[in-house]
Design a protein around this ligand. Structure first.
Ligand code: ATP
Length: 248
C-alpha cells in the first residue's frame, strides 16, 4: 500500500467576485517529496497555498492536509505544518528573537531559546537577532521568515518564493539547508517559485498552473524531455506563451 499523501486537492476553486483565481485544481503531493507550484503572476499559486493552510476557504472543492480535511479539521494538522511567505510580515517593532519566541510559544516548542539559537546559527541570523524586524533588509527578512517557518520542525512546509530577494550565495545556502532539512526530518515541501534553476534543483515533482488550472505536471527532467527542451525555464516559457486552452 502506498503511504498516505501529504496533500490532496480535489476540484479546488476560489473565486474573488468575478475573478476565478483557482479554477478546479486537483493534485496530490506525496509524503517526503518536494513539489513545486509554477505559473505566471496571477496563476493562483499564493491563493492555493492560503487554502491549503486553511487561511482562505475554498469556493468549492476539497482539501486534505496530513489526513485532516481543511479548513474544518485544520486544528488536527496545523501544529505539524508551517509556512513562509514574503507577503506576510512579522510584527515589525518586535525584535527577531521576540518574533521567533512568540511563534515558538504558539507552537508549544520545548526549550524555545535553544531552538532559536540553533536556527540563528544555521540561518546566520545572529548579527540581527536583537534588532527590530522592521529594520532588516529584504533578504534578512526572508531568512527570518524561514526561521519562523521552521520553529516547530514542521512535517509539511509550504513556501511561497522562499529565496525571493536573497543574493545568489545566500539563496544557494538556503536551498542546501532545505534539502538537508527535508532529508533529516523526512519532511514534505510544497513551494511556489519563479526561479526555475531552484525548482530543477529542489523539486521531484512540478505542478504547472495557468489561470488557476493545472495544465501539466511531472518531474523536472521528465517535463524537459517531454517538451524536447534544454531546461525548465524553456518549458515554462512554452507553456506560458501557448494560446489559452479551452477548458474541458
Ligand atoms: P504571483 O506569481 O504574482 O505571486 P500567484 O500565482 O501567486 O501570482 P495569486 O496571488 O494566487 O497568484 O492570484 C491569483 C488571482 O487572484 C490574481 O488574478 C489575483 O489578482 C486574484 N486575487 C488574489 N487575491 C485576491 C483578493 N483577495 N481579492 C481579489 N482578487 C484576488
Amino acid at each position: 500500500m502506498s503511504p498516505r499523501p501529504a496533500i490532496v486537492a480535489r476540484d479546488l476553486t476560489k473565486r474573488f467576485g468575478a475573478v476565478e483565481a483557482v479554477a478546479g485544481l486537483s493534485f496530490v503531493v506525496p509524503p517526503g517529496s518536494t513539489t513545486a507550484l509554477l505559473g505566471a503572476n496571477g496563476a493562483g499559486k499564493t491563493t492555493t497555498l492560503a487554502m491549503l493552510l486553511g487561511l482562505l476557504a475554498p469556493s468549492a472543492g476539497a482539501i486534505e492536509v496530513l489526513g485532516a480535511r481543511m479548513p474544518d479539521e485544520r486544528y488536527r494538522a496545523l501544529a505539524r505544518i508551517n509556512f513562509s511567505s514574503p507577503y506576510v510580515d512579522l510584527p515589525l517593532r518586535l525584535t527577531v528573537r521576540q518574533n521567533l519566541l512568540v511563534h515558538a510559544g504558539l507552537y508549544g516548542v520545548p526549550r524555545p531559546a535553544e531552538r532559536i539559537a540553533r536556527l540563528a546559527a544555521e540561518l546566520d541570523l545572529a548579527p540581527f537577532l536583537d534588532r527590530p524586524t522592521g529594520r532588516l533588509s529584504a533578504g534578512q527578512k526572508t531568512r527570518v521568515a524561514l526561521a519562523k517557518a521552521l520553529v516547530n520542525e514542521p512535517e509539511l512546509l509550504l513556501l511561497d518564493e522562499p529565496t525571493a530577494s536573497l543574493d545568489p550565495d545566500t539563496a544557494d545556502q538556503l536551498r542546501g539547508w532545505l534539502e538537508r532539512y527535508r532529508a533529516a526530518r523526512g519532511a514534505t515541501i510544497l513551494l511556489a517559485s519563479h526561479n526555475m534553476a531552484e525548482v530543477e534543483r529542489l523539486a521531484d515533482h512540478v505542478l504547472m498552473l495557468k489561470r488557476g488550472r493545472l495544465v501539466d505536471e511531472g518531474s523536472p527532467a521528465g517535463l524537459i524531455a517531454r517538451y524536447g527542451r534544454n531546461d525548465l525555464e524553456e518549458v515554462f516559457l512554452e507553456i506560458a506563451r501557448r494560446p489559452a486552452e479551452v477548458p474541458g
